[in-house]
Design a protein around this ligand. Sequence first.
Ligand code: UD1
Length: 374
Amino acid sequence: MKNNRKFILVVGARPNFMKIAPLLLEMQKYQSIEGSSGDNISYLLVHTGQHYDLQMSDVFFQDLNIPEPDVNLEVGSGSHAMQTAEILVRFEKACLRDKPDWIIVVGDVNSTMACTLVAVKLGIKVAHIEAGLRSFDRTMPEEINRLVTDSLADLLFTPSEDADENLLREGIPESKIKRVGNIMIDSLLTNVEKARSLEPYKSYGVEENKYILATLHRPANVDNQEHLSQIMNNLMDLSKKLPIIFPLHPRTKNNLLQQGLLSEVNLPPNLIFCNPVGYLESIGLVDKARFVLTDSGGLQEETTFLGVPCLTLRPNTERPITITLGTNKLTSVEKLRDDIDQMLEGNLSAGKIPELWDGLTSQRILKILISQSH
Ligand code: UD1
Protein backbone atom coordinates (compact mmCIF):
# COMPACT_ATOMS: atom_id res chain seq x y z
CA MET A 1 0.00 0.00 0.00
CA LYS A 2 1.21 3.50 -0.80
CA ASN A 3 2.04 5.94 1.93
CA ASN A 4 1.06 9.59 1.63
CA ARG A 5 3.22 11.82 3.70
CA LYS A 6 3.02 15.56 4.17
CA PHE A 7 5.99 17.59 5.37
CA ILE A 8 6.36 21.19 6.46
CA LEU A 9 9.88 22.50 5.94
CA VAL A 10 10.68 25.44 8.18
CA VAL A 11 13.06 28.33 7.51
CA GLY A 12 13.38 31.51 9.53
CA ALA A 13 16.78 33.14 9.51
CA ARG A 14 19.75 33.55 7.20
CA PRO A 15 21.68 30.41 8.21
CA ASN A 16 18.62 28.22 7.53
CA PHE A 17 18.26 28.79 3.82
CA MET A 18 21.33 26.88 2.60
CA LYS A 19 20.34 23.95 4.83
CA ILE A 20 16.79 23.62 3.45
CA ALA A 21 17.52 24.26 -0.24
CA PRO A 22 19.14 20.84 -0.95
CA LEU A 23 16.35 18.91 0.76
CA LEU A 24 13.70 20.84 -1.16
CA LEU A 25 15.48 19.94 -4.35
CA GLU A 26 15.57 16.24 -3.41
CA MET A 27 11.87 16.35 -2.58
CA GLN A 28 11.11 17.98 -5.94
CA LYS A 29 13.11 15.29 -7.72
CA TYR A 30 11.41 12.52 -5.75
CA GLN A 31 7.98 13.92 -6.59
CA SER A 32 8.80 14.11 -10.28
CA ILE A 33 9.87 10.45 -10.49
CA GLU A 34 7.62 8.79 -7.94
CA GLY A 35 5.71 6.17 -9.89
CA SER A 36 3.03 3.71 -9.04
CA SER A 37 5.34 1.87 -6.65
CA GLY A 38 6.67 4.92 -4.79
CA ASP A 39 5.24 6.56 -1.71
CA ASN A 40 3.65 9.94 -2.26
CA ILE A 41 5.11 12.94 -0.54
CA SER A 42 3.94 16.51 -0.43
CA TYR A 43 5.52 19.47 1.29
CA LEU A 44 5.00 23.09 2.18
CA LEU A 45 7.72 25.63 2.80
CA VAL A 46 7.01 27.83 5.81
CA HIS A 47 9.10 30.97 6.40
CA THR A 48 8.64 32.31 9.92
CA GLY A 49 9.84 35.76 8.83
CA GLN A 50 12.46 35.94 11.62
CA HIS A 51 14.69 37.49 8.97
CA TYR A 52 12.90 39.61 6.39
CA ASP A 53 15.29 42.07 4.70
CA LEU A 54 16.20 41.67 1.07
CA GLN A 55 19.82 41.04 2.03
CA MET A 56 19.07 38.74 4.98
CA SER A 57 16.43 36.61 3.29
CA ASP A 58 15.24 37.27 -0.31
CA VAL A 59 18.70 37.21 -1.85
CA PHE A 60 19.23 33.69 -0.48
CA PHE A 61 16.01 32.50 -2.11
CA GLN A 62 17.31 33.84 -5.43
CA ASP A 63 20.86 32.53 -5.06
CA LEU A 64 19.76 29.08 -3.93
CA ASN A 65 16.76 28.77 -6.27
CA ILE A 66 14.37 28.28 -3.38
CA PRO A 67 10.73 28.71 -4.43
CA GLU A 68 8.58 31.37 -2.76
CA PRO A 69 7.47 30.12 0.66
CA ASP A 70 3.95 28.70 0.72
CA VAL A 71 3.38 30.46 4.03
CA ASN A 72 5.16 33.46 5.56
CA LEU A 73 4.38 33.99 9.23
CA GLU A 74 5.99 37.45 9.15
CA VAL A 75 7.02 37.43 12.80
CA GLY A 76 9.83 39.96 12.38
CA SER A 77 12.27 41.08 15.07
CA GLY A 78 11.77 41.38 18.81
CA SER A 79 13.12 40.13 22.10
CA HIS A 80 13.68 36.38 22.31
CA ALA A 81 10.44 35.89 24.23
CA MET A 82 8.42 38.05 21.84
CA GLN A 83 9.82 36.48 18.71
CA THR A 84 9.44 32.94 20.06
CA ALA A 85 5.91 33.62 21.27
CA GLU A 86 4.85 35.05 17.90
CA ILE A 87 6.21 32.00 16.13
CA LEU A 88 4.41 29.68 18.56
CA VAL A 89 1.05 31.32 17.97
CA ARG A 90 1.35 31.70 14.21
CA PHE A 91 2.98 28.35 13.46
CA GLU A 92 0.34 26.52 15.51
CA LYS A 93 -2.36 27.99 13.27
CA ALA A 94 -0.45 26.91 10.17
CA CYS A 95 -0.07 23.35 11.50
CA LEU A 96 -3.73 23.08 12.46
CA ARG A 97 -4.71 24.25 8.99
CA ASP A 98 -2.21 22.26 6.93
CA LYS A 99 -1.96 19.13 9.09
CA PRO A 100 1.53 17.88 8.26
CA ASP A 101 2.72 14.42 9.33
CA TRP A 102 6.25 15.73 9.89
CA ILE A 103 7.94 19.09 10.26
CA ILE A 104 11.58 19.49 9.31
CA VAL A 105 13.64 22.08 11.15
CA VAL A 106 17.28 23.02 10.63
CA GLY A 107 20.03 24.62 12.69
CA ASP A 108 19.65 26.45 15.97
CA VAL A 109 17.75 29.71 15.57
CA ASN A 110 14.66 30.77 17.48
CA SER A 111 12.42 29.56 14.63
CA THR A 112 13.94 26.06 14.91
CA MET A 113 13.09 25.73 18.58
CA ALA A 114 9.68 27.43 18.49
CA CYS A 115 8.34 25.37 15.57
CA THR A 116 9.57 22.17 17.22
CA LEU A 117 7.69 23.01 20.40
CA VAL A 118 4.46 23.69 18.49
CA ALA A 119 4.70 20.46 16.50
CA VAL A 120 5.37 18.06 19.38
CA LYS A 121 2.45 19.48 21.33
CA LEU A 122 0.18 18.82 18.36
CA GLY A 123 1.48 15.27 17.99
CA ILE A 124 3.31 16.09 14.74
CA LYS A 125 6.65 14.36 14.28
CA VAL A 126 9.80 16.50 14.14
CA ALA A 127 13.03 15.89 12.25
CA HIS A 128 15.98 18.11 13.16
CA ILE A 129 18.77 18.60 10.64
CA GLU A 130 22.14 19.58 12.14
CA ALA A 131 21.24 17.95 15.45
CA GLY A 132 23.66 17.24 18.29
CA LEU A 133 25.98 20.24 18.03
CA ARG A 134 26.94 21.64 21.43
CA SER A 135 29.07 24.57 22.50
CA PHE A 136 28.34 23.76 26.19
CA ASP A 137 27.86 27.50 26.60
CA ARG A 138 24.37 28.23 27.84
CA THR A 139 24.87 31.97 27.58
CA MET A 140 24.40 31.53 23.83
CA PRO A 141 20.75 31.58 22.77
CA GLU A 142 21.55 29.03 20.06
CA GLU A 143 22.72 26.48 22.66
CA ILE A 144 19.34 26.70 24.41
CA ASN A 145 17.59 26.30 21.07
CA ARG A 146 19.70 23.21 20.28
CA LEU A 147 19.07 21.58 23.67
CA VAL A 148 15.31 22.11 23.51
CA THR A 149 14.98 21.05 19.88
CA ASP A 150 17.07 17.91 20.23
CA SER A 151 15.35 16.76 23.40
CA LEU A 152 11.96 16.94 21.64
CA ALA A 153 12.69 15.83 18.07
CA ASP A 154 11.78 12.35 16.81
CA LEU A 155 14.61 12.09 14.30
CA LEU A 156 18.01 13.69 14.78
CA PHE A 157 20.08 14.08 11.65
CA THR A 158 23.68 14.71 12.70
CA PRO A 159 26.65 16.05 10.70
CA SER A 160 29.50 14.38 12.58
CA GLU A 161 30.49 11.85 15.23
CA ASP A 162 30.85 14.41 18.03
CA ALA A 163 27.19 15.29 17.56
CA ASP A 164 26.14 11.64 17.96
CA GLU A 165 28.21 11.41 21.14
CA ASN A 166 26.61 14.55 22.59
CA LEU A 167 23.12 13.21 21.98
CA LEU A 168 23.88 9.77 23.43
CA ARG A 169 25.36 11.41 26.51
CA GLU A 170 22.11 13.33 26.94
CA GLY A 171 20.15 10.09 26.91
CA ILE A 172 18.69 10.34 23.40
CA PRO A 173 17.95 6.79 22.16
CA GLU A 174 20.38 5.62 19.50
CA SER A 175 17.51 4.67 17.20
CA LYS A 176 16.59 8.35 16.77
CA ILE A 177 20.10 9.44 15.79
CA LYS A 178 21.03 9.27 12.10
CA ARG A 179 24.44 10.46 11.02
CA VAL A 180 23.92 11.81 7.53
CA GLY A 181 26.67 14.41 7.15
CA ASN A 182 26.59 18.14 6.65
CA ILE A 183 23.72 19.35 4.49
CA MET A 184 25.26 22.81 4.07
CA ILE A 185 28.00 21.19 2.04
CA ASP A 186 25.35 19.99 -0.45
CA SER A 187 24.56 23.66 -1.14
CA LEU A 188 28.21 24.58 -1.21
CA LEU A 189 29.09 21.92 -3.77
CA THR A 190 26.14 22.83 -5.97
CA ASN A 191 27.08 26.50 -6.02
CA VAL A 192 30.82 26.84 -5.56
CA GLU A 193 31.76 27.00 -9.24
CA LYS A 194 29.14 29.62 -9.96
CA ALA A 195 30.25 31.61 -6.91
CA ARG A 196 33.89 31.45 -8.04
CA SER A 197 33.05 32.56 -11.55
CA LEU A 198 31.45 35.75 -10.18
CA GLU A 199 34.83 36.82 -8.69
CA PRO A 200 33.03 39.08 -6.22
CA TYR A 201 36.25 40.31 -4.56
CA LYS A 202 37.08 42.28 -7.71
CA SER A 203 34.23 44.70 -7.15
CA TYR A 204 35.90 45.70 -3.85
CA GLY A 205 39.13 46.58 -5.64
CA VAL A 206 41.14 43.82 -3.95
CA GLU A 207 43.18 40.95 -5.33
CA GLU A 208 42.83 37.21 -4.97
CA ASN A 209 44.39 35.92 -1.71
CA LYS A 210 45.30 39.49 -0.74
CA TYR A 211 42.37 40.42 1.48
CA ILE A 212 40.67 39.29 4.66
CA LEU A 213 36.97 38.63 5.01
CA ALA A 214 35.49 39.60 8.39
CA THR A 215 31.96 38.95 9.67
CA LEU A 216 30.83 39.45 13.25
CA HIS A 217 27.30 39.49 14.59
CA ARG A 218 27.12 37.54 17.88
CA PRO A 219 25.71 39.61 20.77
CA ALA A 220 28.75 38.61 22.88
CA ASN A 221 31.02 40.35 20.37
CA VAL A 222 29.04 43.28 19.07
CA ASP A 223 26.60 44.26 21.84
CA ASN A 224 29.41 44.98 24.31
CA GLN A 225 30.73 48.49 23.64
CA GLU A 226 34.24 48.05 24.98
CA HIS A 227 34.67 44.71 23.30
CA LEU A 228 33.49 46.07 19.96
CA SER A 229 35.80 49.06 20.05
CA GLN A 230 38.77 46.76 20.89
CA ILE A 231 37.87 44.60 17.91
CA MET A 232 37.66 47.67 15.70
CA ASN A 233 41.10 48.86 16.86
CA ASN A 234 42.55 45.49 15.88
CA LEU A 235 40.85 45.60 12.50
CA MET A 236 42.10 49.13 11.81
CA ASP A 237 45.67 47.98 12.50
CA LEU A 238 45.25 44.86 10.44
CA SER A 239 43.89 46.85 7.51
CA LYS A 240 47.30 48.57 7.26
CA LYS A 241 48.69 45.15 6.24
CA LEU A 242 45.87 43.76 4.11
CA PRO A 243 42.49 45.10 3.03
CA ILE A 244 39.51 43.81 5.01
CA ILE A 245 36.07 43.28 3.51
CA PHE A 246 33.51 43.45 6.30
CA PRO A 247 29.83 42.85 5.40
CA LEU A 248 27.78 44.31 8.24
CA HIS A 249 24.97 42.37 9.90
CA PRO A 250 22.19 44.80 10.99
CA ARG A 251 22.97 44.17 14.67
CA THR A 252 26.64 45.03 14.13
CA LYS A 253 25.84 48.06 12.00
CA ASN A 254 23.44 49.44 14.63
CA ASN A 255 26.05 49.04 17.37
CA LEU A 256 28.84 50.62 15.32
CA LEU A 257 26.59 53.54 14.43
CA GLN A 258 25.62 54.05 18.06
CA GLN A 259 29.29 54.20 19.04
CA GLY A 260 30.13 56.59 16.22
CA LEU A 261 32.55 54.01 14.81
CA LEU A 262 31.21 54.16 11.28
CA SER A 263 31.94 57.78 10.49
CA GLU A 264 34.05 58.25 7.37
CA VAL A 265 36.70 60.33 9.16
CA ASN A 266 37.67 57.49 11.49
CA LEU A 267 37.90 54.80 8.90
CA PRO A 268 41.06 53.69 7.13
CA PRO A 269 40.42 53.17 3.40
CA ASN A 270 41.39 49.49 3.54
CA LEU A 271 38.66 48.66 6.04
CA ILE A 272 35.83 48.13 3.59
CA PHE A 273 32.37 47.95 5.13
CA CYS A 274 29.49 46.78 2.98
CA ASN A 275 25.93 45.53 3.29
CA PRO A 276 25.31 41.86 4.18
CA VAL A 277 26.17 39.72 1.16
CA GLY A 278 24.11 36.96 -0.45
CA TYR A 279 25.03 33.28 -0.59
CA LEU A 280 27.00 33.26 -3.84
CA GLU A 281 28.88 36.42 -3.01
CA SER A 282 29.73 35.10 0.43
CA ILE A 283 31.11 31.80 -0.91
CA GLY A 284 33.03 33.65 -3.62
CA LEU A 285 34.57 36.02 -1.06
CA VAL A 286 35.51 33.22 1.34
CA ASP A 287 37.09 31.14 -1.39
CA LYS A 288 39.70 33.73 -2.34
CA ALA A 289 40.33 35.28 1.09
CA ARG A 290 43.77 34.96 2.74
CA PHE A 291 41.81 34.12 5.88
CA VAL A 292 38.40 34.69 7.42
CA LEU A 293 37.73 36.31 10.78
CA THR A 294 34.25 35.44 11.99
CA ASP A 295 31.89 34.43 14.76
CA SER A 296 29.48 32.67 12.39
CA GLY A 297 28.79 28.95 12.70
CA GLY A 298 28.36 28.38 8.98
CA LEU A 299 31.57 30.12 7.97
CA GLN A 300 33.60 27.86 10.27
CA GLU A 301 32.36 24.92 8.20
CA GLU A 302 32.56 26.56 4.79
CA THR A 303 36.18 27.60 5.38
CA THR A 304 37.07 24.05 6.49
CA PHE A 305 35.53 22.66 3.33
CA LEU A 306 37.23 25.21 1.08
CA GLY A 307 40.58 24.89 2.91
CA VAL A 308 40.63 28.58 3.84
CA PRO A 309 42.11 29.47 7.27
CA CYS A 310 39.54 30.73 9.75
CA LEU A 311 39.88 32.64 13.02
CA THR A 312 36.73 32.35 15.10
CA LEU A 313 36.28 35.10 17.64
CA ARG A 314 34.53 33.01 20.29
CA PRO A 315 35.59 31.18 23.48
CA ASN A 316 34.05 27.94 22.19
CA THR A 317 32.45 26.33 19.18
CA GLU A 318 29.66 23.82 18.68
CA ARG A 319 31.59 22.68 15.59
CA PRO A 320 34.81 21.25 17.12
CA ILE A 321 35.53 19.14 14.06
CA THR A 322 36.43 22.35 12.19
CA ILE A 323 39.30 22.71 14.69
CA THR A 324 40.38 19.09 15.09
CA LEU A 325 40.20 18.29 11.38
CA GLY A 326 39.65 21.56 9.58
CA THR A 327 41.20 24.99 9.25
CA ASN A 328 39.53 26.74 12.17
CA LYS A 329 41.13 28.29 15.26
CA LEU A 330 39.41 29.98 18.19
CA THR A 331 40.60 33.39 19.25
CA SER A 332 39.71 36.15 21.73
CA VAL A 333 39.99 39.91 21.81
CA GLU A 334 43.13 39.50 23.93
CA LYS A 335 44.78 37.02 21.57
CA LEU A 336 43.49 38.54 18.33
CA ARG A 337 46.61 40.52 17.47
CA ASP A 338 48.95 37.53 17.87
CA ASP A 339 46.62 35.16 16.09
CA ILE A 340 46.26 37.54 13.16
CA ASP A 341 50.06 37.77 12.89
CA GLN A 342 50.27 33.98 12.86
CA MET A 343 47.67 33.84 10.10
CA LEU A 344 49.57 36.42 8.05
CA GLU A 345 52.77 34.43 8.46
CA GLY A 346 50.92 31.37 7.17
CA ASN A 347 51.36 29.30 10.35
CA LEU A 348 48.34 27.09 9.99
CA SER A 349 47.37 23.52 9.30
CA ALA A 350 46.14 22.49 5.87
CA GLY A 351 43.03 20.79 7.24
CA LYS A 352 40.93 17.90 5.97
CA ILE A 353 37.32 17.59 4.91
CA PRO A 354 35.28 15.64 7.48
CA GLU A 355 33.60 12.38 6.54
CA LEU A 356 30.14 12.61 4.93
CA TRP A 357 30.59 16.26 3.97
CA ASP A 358 30.15 15.03 0.44
CA GLY A 359 27.12 16.70 -1.13
CA LEU A 360 24.88 13.65 -0.62
CA THR A 361 23.43 14.49 2.79
CA SER A 362 20.02 15.58 1.50
CA GLN A 363 19.67 12.30 -0.42
CA ARG A 364 20.44 10.32 2.73
CA ILE A 365 17.95 12.38 4.73
CA LEU A 366 15.09 11.95 2.27
CA LYS A 367 15.66 8.21 2.07
CA ILE A 368 15.38 7.94 5.86
CA LEU A 369 12.32 10.20 6.01
CA ILE A 370 10.54 8.12 3.41
CA SER A 371 11.33 4.89 5.24
CA GLN A 372 9.63 6.17 8.42
CA SER A 373 6.08 5.19 9.22
CA HIS A 374 3.72 8.10 9.86
C1 UD1 B 1 19.92 35.23 14.37
C2 UD1 B 1 20.13 33.90 15.08
C3 UD1 B 1 21.61 33.53 15.05
C4 UD1 B 1 22.14 33.56 13.63
C5 UD1 B 1 21.85 34.91 13.02
C6 UD1 B 1 22.31 34.99 11.58
C7 UD1 B 1 18.67 33.41 16.99
C8 UD1 B 1 18.59 33.37 18.46
N1 UD1 B 1 19.74 34.00 16.50
O1 UD1 B 1 20.61 36.23 15.11
O2 UD1 B 1 21.77 32.22 15.56
O3 UD1 B 1 23.52 33.30 13.65
O4 UD1 B 1 20.44 35.13 13.05
O5 UD1 B 1 22.11 36.26 11.07
O6 UD1 B 1 17.78 32.91 16.34
N2 UD1 B 1 17.36 42.64 11.59
C9 UD1 B 1 17.18 43.36 10.44
N3 UD1 B 1 16.72 42.70 9.33
C10 UD1 B 1 16.43 41.37 9.33
C11 UD1 B 1 16.60 40.66 10.51
C12 UD1 B 1 17.08 41.30 11.65
O7 UD1 B 1 17.43 44.55 10.38
O8 UD1 B 1 16.02 40.84 8.27
C13 UD1 B 1 17.89 43.33 12.78
C14 UD1 B 1 16.83 43.69 13.79
O9 UD1 B 1 17.14 44.92 14.31
C15 UD1 B 1 17.00 42.63 14.87
C16 UD1 B 1 18.49 42.33 14.79
O10 UD1 B 1 18.84 42.50 13.42
O11 UD1 B 1 16.61 43.08 16.11
C17 UD1 B 1 18.84 40.93 15.21
O12 UD1 B 1 18.05 39.96 14.50
P1 UD1 B 1 17.62 38.57 15.20
O13 UD1 B 1 16.97 37.67 14.22
O14 UD1 B 1 16.89 38.86 16.45
O15 UD1 B 1 18.98 37.95 15.65
P2 UD1 B 1 20.34 37.78 14.87
O16 UD1 B 1 21.37 38.52 15.63
O17 UD1 B 1 20.20 38.04 13.40
